[in-house]
Design a protein around this ligand. Structure first.
Ligand code: MRU
Length: 338
């Protein structure tokens, strides 16, 4: 699946497969302005760290195409970078586009270069995911059942996926792999999106309630955990979808390997450890309602943290497109960025 983020150069429009309504309907949201892209990222039309980075790169193209001057475009780009705080890929993509803009005399001369840069960014993400799949596929064994949390698949990237890329890589290497997708309350990325894209590819997948994890592990029904990441700090602490930390603790309890799969664009060497990673809080309504139906009493407040941080010592390995990192991660990550 590579058609879920597509840019129409003739129309100067970014088309995003609407991940809010999958698997019920396959429909695209068309973004013609930078504000459309900001709304699309904030409202989760597109989500997943690499996918929002790629979409933001295209948002920068729209900002430059419609902007009246460099200063206005840079201000738009800053608003884009702030659309969601946790995934570092978003800011990295915008910063790269900002560097291109800074090197050009005018918006007119910058525009074709920005388009080429966004295309390259999108292609590089698919290539990174495929390499993650090749490296990570070696960590899985024939017959494994892999539990994954959230959606770190093709939909969350420019294509192929990170955690699901590892699963695809193992299957392409001839291994028989089954997947358990945690449903991932409240946005249900596992139940809706992971199940949708794996079933579409004919990869055996079952959906489990988030709170079934310990029982499944206790019963010996899970051999490996593979998850994606939104930001990996310099010491290997890993922010990912809320609930990941609990899965990691359970995996440690049962002696099950817990792998993180992410491209180098998700590693943030400037953030020393997990305490420095900003954790997004999202609207209460995601927790209180399903569609128009209210689940909770009207006057009861909720907490809706979108991410948590898994400490590095619970992570068995980090799979990147440049190879598999093992503890101690501070040294391994520093080596990558030398
Ligand atoms: O809130 P989301 O759906 O954007 O959160 C996504 C995740 O937590 C993913 O696991 C992460 O971005 C990795 S995607 C390859």
């Amino acid at each position: 699946m590579r058609e879920h983020i597509r840019f129409d150069k003739a129309a100067m429009a970014l088309e995003l497969l609407d991940q809010r309504i999958l698997p019920e309907r396959e429909s695209f949201v068309v973004c013609r302005t930078v504000d459309d892209v900001i709304d699309g990222i904030r409202d989760m039309v597109v989500r997943g760290a690499p996918a929002i980075g790629v979409s933001a790169a295209w948002g920068c193209v729209l900002a430059a195409a419609l902007g009246k001057g460099k200063e206005e475009v840079l201000a738009d780009m800053e608003r884009l970078a702030a659309a969601r705080p946790t995934a570092v890929n978003l800011r990295l993509a915008v910063e790269r586009m900002g560097e291109v803009l800074a090197e050009e005399q005018s918006l007119a001369s910058a525009l074709p270069r920005l388009i080429r840069e966004a295309e390259a960014f999108q292609d590089a993400d698919v290539a990174a995911c495929r390499a993650i799949g090749r490296f990570g596929g070696e960590l899985l064994e024939d017959g494994d059942t892999v539990l994954t949390h959230c959606n770190a698949g093709a939909l969350a990237t420019a294509g192929y996926g990170t955690a699901l890329g590892v699963i695809r890589g193992a299957i392409e290497a001839g291994k028989r792999i089954q997947v358990i997708a945690d449903e991932t309350r409240p946005f249900l990325q596992g139940a809706r999106l992971t199940a949708y894209e794996l079933a579409r590819d004919g990869i055996p997948v079952k959906v489990a309630c988030d709170n079934a994890c310990a029982l499944l592990m206790r019963k010996g029904l899970v051999n490996r955990v593979v998850v994606g990441a939104d930001r990996i700090a310099a010491n290997g602490d890993t922010a990912n979808k809320i609930g990941t930390f609990g899965v990691a603790i359970m995996a440690r309890h049962f002696g099950i390997p817990f792998y993180v799969a992410a491209p180098c664009t998700t590693i943030d060497p400037a953030t020393p450890d997990g305490d420095g990673i900003p954790i997004e809080t999202r609207p209460d309504r995601e927790v209180t309602h399903i569609g128009d139906h209210q689940l909770t009493p009207a006057d009861v407040p909720v907490c809706n943290y979108a991410f948590d941080v898994t400490p590095a010592d619970l992570v068995s390995a980090i799979v990147t497109e440049r190879g598999v990192l093992r503890p101690p991660y501070t040294e391994a990550i520093a080596g990558l960025f030398k």
